[in-house]
Design a binder for this molecule. Structure first.
Ligand SMILES: [Zn+2]
Length: 337
């Protein structure tokens, strides 16, 4: 029994260093829990039913569960959606302002740069993710748009659908809110915006930590070693969700891509201060005050952005016209029978 326990502990320690997730499940749940409290009174009430609320909290961990599957095709598809390591744009001579919000156009931009600059791909790259900056701003924008779509058909089914259709549409809204939430949470973890995602790499003139446990320490290790964030205190410090006003888009298809990218750029600015804080022992369990403030600020930042995105998706979702016409025809056909 004792032997079995030590084997389990050894495996757990190994996995901890191998996988760099973002906030652990508890922190992702907390962000969702808090973001739900910021929604306006007129936000669809079914979202707050205990079973739905719990499902949104559960789904905060879903894209990380996909990462636990070792199949390379799934790792290739999913892993890159969780981060955007800005420094990896440099070899491609790409700047954030140049990036196409169309995911596959961005891939073409990278492929063109690779051919033009004769860039070599990293060796030992079994799932073809190494050296790739990642897709996090695309993942936020695309999952946001899928949530808008879910609200668009919900609005029509609520007026013209059967009970089954209403229930299915509501279930999909819950699912879509949950999946979007994960990527927004990841974006609030500064180590998801950098090649220094798990200890400093390369030139290190300021002598920052190179520990391969740094990422998991920020994800949750720090809170486990000190104390969990005070939910009530955090909830009390939040403002109500507000509608996000989009800046003039580069073109009409860009959705919230630019804002997601701006959010990530802002979190990237906090990456080096986080390393500095560690150097000054601010993330040590013996002197945790500054670390607690820093990390709770990040949790709050992610929470507010998530609440705003949920609120805005609901507000700006147009009724699904195609579905409206289809349901109107169905109604007519029924009446003719
Ligand atoms: Zn993640």
């Amino acid at each position: 029994m004792k032997h079995q326990r030590s084997v389990i502990a050894a495996i757990a320690a190994l996995l901890f260093t191998l996988t760099a997730h973002a906030w652990d499940y508890e922190r992702h749940r907390l962000i969702n829990d808090l973001a739900l409290t910021t929604l306006s009174k007129d936000f669809p009430a079914f979202v707050r039913l205990p079973a739905n609320r719990e499902r949104i909290l559960f789904l905060s961990g879903e894209p990380d569960r996909w990462r636990n599957n070792r199949d390379r095709a799934l790792r290739h598809l999913n892993s890159l959606d969780h981060y955007f390591d800005l420094e990896y744009l440099d070899p491609y001579q790409l700047k954030p302002a140049d990036l196409s919000h169309f995911r596959y156009r961005y891939v073409e931009q990278m492929a063109n740069a690779r051919a033009h600059l004769k860039l070599e791909l990293p060796e030992a790259n079994p799932d073809h993710t190494k050296g790739h900056p990642g897709f996090l701003p695309w993942a936020i924008n695309e999952n946001y748009l899928k949530l808008v779509s879910a609200f668009s058909y919900l609005k029509v089914f609520e007026k013209m659908g059967t009970e089954e259709e209403k229930n299915n549409a509501r279930a999909n809204v819950i699912y879509r809110m949950g999946i979007l939430s994960h990527y927004v949470g990841d974006a609030a973890q500064p180590l998801h915006t950098t090649k220094h995602f798990n200890g400093w790499v390369g030139d290190n003139p300021k002598d920052y930590t190179t520990s391969r446990r740094f990422h998991s320490w920020i994800d949750g290790g720090f809170f486990k070693a000190t104390q969990s964030p005070d939910r009530a205190a955090l909830a009390g410090a939040l403002r109500p969700a507000k509608l996000i006003v989009r800046p003039l888009a580069r073109d009409l298809a860009s959705g919230h891509f630019q804002l997601a990218l701006n959010f990530i750029l802002a979190q990237h600015q906090k990456m080096e201060p986080l390393y500095q804080l560690d150097k000054e022992k601010g993330l040590s369990p013996e002197t945790p005050t500054a670390g607690k403030i820093f990390l709770e600020t990040q949790l709050k930042t992610g929470t507010q952005y998530l609440g705003d995105l949920w609120q805005t998706a609901w507000a700006e979702a147009p009724p699904d016209r195609f579905l409206q016409t289809y349901l109107a025809k169905r109604q007519l056909q029924k009446e003719e029978k």
